[in-house]
Ligand binder design. Structure first.
Ligand SMILES: Cc1cc2nc3c(=O)[nH]c(=O)nc-3n(C[C@H](O)[C@H](O)[C@H](O)COP(=O)(O)OP(=O)(O)OC[C@H]3O[C@@H](n4cnc5c(N)ncnc54)[C@H](O)[C@@H]3O)c2cc1C
Length: 392
């Protein structure tokens, strides 16, 4: 069984692919393909191009620059962008705090933040996790105490991705200590250059700066920079992703990795290296899992577009999609190992060298390790499925 795009969806896909072929700068796509990472300037350039077409924030309400696409269209757009090696815009601004401001913000907040986020003029990072609050996020201890028209913020965030590039942070802080944990949290936005904020790097074991710790010492934040009501930050945090929660299957990314697997295989075949049967079988199994994942995603997105209720589906999609990324990385690693066997003299004499993307594969694999942890670990997703689907 296959999920077939209907004629309108096919036409939309074509439109997106044509746009990408014309508008995506080749040098940026080449960098993304090589896994080299793009600069803030290059990302701003791509954001400008998308804005000119009206596609930088397609999922935002139309009055703030959205274009009214449904979830299936967004899936098609995402897959096409990844296949063309377009860089991804900052998820913290475009996918998280932007829609939250559109939903919970005052008119003044909307007017100030939304155009700046959409033009990539203002970058956000996410200050949720703390040393004592990860899976159990309601345990946040960073405190915000009222002082006149301001909050005074003290505490610490950890695993803050991208804080080194961000201008502002959206953070969960405790404003009430005398109520049930979830009920005393507020959602605040503030400038990372405020006095009392310090950002310290955390490096992954391959030496890349993947995260930060962010410390707050008597940071003065105007109460007007709170999003939503005081002590109701949990509601804002929970709704942060809204329907976005369904776009977590990483189908587009999985397709991109599978295409790299196939490039490696093609390079092997070209060099006369026969692919071992075990690896061929693994590649086929991954492909079948990917097809099943995409079909399931599209079925669920179609149901949601038609107004269906969302239950544990986001957990299932996240679990399967993130596990698949990691299993594909493992095969890619195995293949490259096999292709690069450094001590095989005969191979070296025949001109075998490590493929250009070997480095990307290694750093990608380390980075992707976090996929089954960030945004709710696999164990936590299993708990949700056990409770909501199996009734355990
Ligand atoms: C790549 C990456 C990027 C991140 N970026 C950000 C960011 O930008 N901003 C931010 O705020 N945070 C970020 N995080 C942090 C992330 O949200 C937390 O790591 C995650 O919520 C888990 O929390 P923890 O690390 O404290 O682990 P813990 O919650 O301490 O969990 C430790 C282990 O116990 C298991 N466990 C916990 N509770 C249960 C349970 N009830 N049942 C069964 N098992 C359980 C977990 O699955 C895990 O294996 C990022 C994490 C990663 C990996």
């Amino acid at each position: 069984m296959r999920y077939q795009l209907d004629a309108q969806q096919q036409q939309f896909k074509q439109e997106v692919e044509t746009f990408l072929a014309d508008a995506l700068p080749k040098d940026i796509a080449a960098k993304v393909k090589a896994g080299a990472g793009v600069s803030k300037q290059e990302l701003a350039q791509w954001t400008r191009i998308l804005n000119d077409r009206g596609w930088a924030a397609p999922h935002w309400p139309q009055e703030y620059g959205g274009c009214g696409w449904n979830l299936v269209q967004r899936h098609i757009f995402d897959v096409a962008c990844r296949a063309a090696h377009a860089p991804q815009l900052s998820g913290f601004g475009f996918n998280m705090v932007g829609p939250a401001i559109a939903k919970f913000g005052s008119e003044e907040q909307k007017q100030f933040f939304l155009p700046k986020i959409r033009s990539a003029e203002l970058w956000f990072c996410q200050g949720y996790s703390e040393p004592g609050a990860g899976s159990d996020l309601a345990g946040v201890a960073t405190r915000a105490d009222r002082n006149g028209d301001d909050y005074i913020i003290n505490g610490q965030k950890i695993w803050t991705s991208g804080a080194e590039d961000a201008d502002w942070i959206f953070a969960l802080v405790r404003t009430n200590h005398d109520v049930q944990k979830q009920k005393g949290i507020s959602f605040v936005l503030f400038d990372l250059s405020s006095p009392g904020v310090s950002v310290e790097p955390l490096y992954a074991f391959n030496g890349k700066r993947l995260w930060n710790q962010v410390f707050f010492e008597d940071v003065r934040v105007p109460i007007s920079q709170r999003l939503g009501e005081e002590d109701k930050g949990w509601t804002v945090a929970k709704s942060l992703l809204g329907d976005e929660r369904l776009l977590v299957s990483r189908v587009s990314e999985n397709k991109r990795i599978l295409s790299i697997v196939d490039e490696v295989v093609a390079a092997m075949v070209q060099r006369g290296v026969e692919l071992p049967q075990s690896m061929r079988q693994k590649r086929l199994q991954l492909d079948v899992r990917l097809q099943a994942l995409e079909m399931t995603s599209l079925r669920i997105l179609t149901e949601a577009d038609a107004g269906g209720q969302i239950g544990a589906e986001p957990s299932m999609l996240k679990l399967k999609g993130s596990e698949l990324v990691q299993d594909q990385d493992a095969l890619l690693f195995e293949l490259i190992d096999y292709l690069s066997l450094p001590l095989d003299r005969k191979r070296v004499e025949h001109g075998f060298t490590a493929p250009a993307w070997s480095e990307y594969v290694a750093s990608g694999r380390y980075h992707h390790r976090g996929y089954t942890i960030a945004g709710g670990s696999s164990e936590v997703q299993h708990n949700i499925i056990a409770k909501q689907v199996l009734g355990l």
